[in-house]
Ligand binder design. Structure first.
Ligand SMILES: Nc1ncnc2c1ncn2[C@@H]1O[C@H](COP(=O)(O)OP(=O)(O)OP(=O)(O)O)[C@@H](O)[C@H]1O
Length: 368
């Protein structure tokens, strides 16, 4: 039988006596990363506040190892669990270094006097999140992204076994987002750190998580690996997406397609067409495109944005039927945009389409 480090059994969470979400079941092995996803107001923060004792549980039990956290003292809990929620920390005239150092309180005794080991832990925690240069700055006078990194340093220097984070990357730029995720992976590798966090960036969630919990405002809809969660059509359902789309395979979203009879035919493939598809969408021009192999980088974007896509099975020769259909489409369009400079030997039909468009005296443009 698997040995779980973090377990939530039959949790009921909510405010006052009103349950918001019931029957939450989570089990994580030591060193696993769990991400909560779901729409605004779905209950992610409520779950995080409940499993960290910031909000009283309405039912159920949370275990760290064998211990029920309801029975653990505040100090005992904070020696095991670091928490970074979205509530602003109230600090009066504290430097960033002093804020990070409060992460050592579980170890410093009631007067909060730092030993050399504590000071070293503070310095070592500030380094990887790049806040050492902010150490003497007033914590209330730094940017949102800087504040988020200082709070991460505070959690790291607490040397926890499990870290709970509510939207830890929401203010971080791309470099710091990647740095942050690398730090989590590093801490998991070196110290078997277990992580529970909420993220709005689905592509990050898909990359970094071992498990994903999907919350929808009234229940936990799914709990599983990214592979189990990112299945075709599910994200659009979870977030009730009506305008635009999300493609699970490429983990990317697109704006709403332009409906109507195609005015332009785009010859693309090998990822060359995506910018042109998006430009046509911005300009409100309905278009058709092909012939695309179904494993082409262009394919999901074409499916999301084009009025018509002529696709063909990956690793199979392009069929005569697809070629005939594409020519028919070209006949009906005023313009043809060709995004390719060369065609591969296995797609001579796309070269043929380009030659056909020229022979039909269509207005030809190159993709940009
Ligand atoms: N202190 C509170 N008292 C009562 N209801 C609350 C309180 N805080 C949040 N709620 C409500 O609980 C529900 C879930 O909120 P929660 O903050 O957990 O959502 P979330 O999934 O974290 O959302 P977001 O992605 O917008 O941060 C919402 O309907 C919200 O209005």
């Amino acid at each position: 039988m698997k040995k779980y480090y973090f377990k939530a059994e039959k949790l009921r969470v909510g405010y006052g006596k009103q349950p918001l979400i019931e029957n939450i079941e989570i089990c994580l092995e030591k060193g696993e990363i769990l991400t909560l996803i779901g729409p605004n107001g779905a209950g992610k923060s409520t779950i995080l506040k409940s499993i960290t004792k910031q909000l009283a549980l309405l039912g159920g039990t949370v275990y760290l190892g064998e211990q029920d956290i309801g029975q653990m003292s505040g100090n005992e809990l904070s020696q095991n669990m670091a928490v970074v929620l979205t509530e602003k920390l109230r600090t009066e005239m504290m430097t960033c270094e002093e804020v990070v150092a409060t992460g050592r309180y579980p170890y410093t005794g009631k007067f909060g006097i730092l030993s050399d080991t504590d000071r070293q832990a503070v310095a070592e925690a500030m380094e990887p999140v790049h806040v050492t240069s902010l150490k003497n700055k007033d914590f209330s006078k730094i940017s949102d992204g800087q504040r988020q990194r200082v709070m991460l340093a505070r959690a790291i220097c607490q040397e926890p076994e499990i870290i709970i984070l509510d939207e830890p990357t929401s203010y971080l730029d791309i470099k710091y987002k990647l740095d942050f995720l690398s730090i989590l992976q590093e801490m998991r590798k070196k110290k078997e750190l277990t992580v529970v966090m909420s993220l709005h960036e689905l592509e990050l969630a898909a990359k970094v998580s071992d498990k994903i919990l999907c919350v929808n405002g009234s229940c936990v809809e799914r709990f599983g690996t990214p592979q189990e969660i990112f299945k075709e059509g599910y994200i659009e359902k979870l977030f009730s997406i009506e305008t635009g789309s999300f493609d699970e395979r490429s983990e990317s979203m697109e704006l709403e397609s332009v409906k109507g009879k195609p005015e332009v035919f785009v010859i693309a493939g090998n990822g060359s067409g995506r910018n042109t598809y998006r430009r046509l969408q911005r300009e409100g021009i309905p278009f058709a495109t092909g012939i695309l192999f179904q494993n082409d980088l262009d394919y999901p974007v074409a499916k999301a944005l084009a009025a018509k896509v002529i696709g063909t099975a990956a690793f199979e020769p392009i069929t005569e039927a697809a070629l005939t259909e594409a020519k028919r489409c070209i006949n009906a369009c005023e313009r043809v945009i060709c995004c390719r400079e060369h065609f591969g030997t296995l797609e001579r039909e796309n070269q043929e389409l380009f030659d056909y468009a020229k022979s039909c005296k269509k207005q030809i443009e190159t993709g940009r």
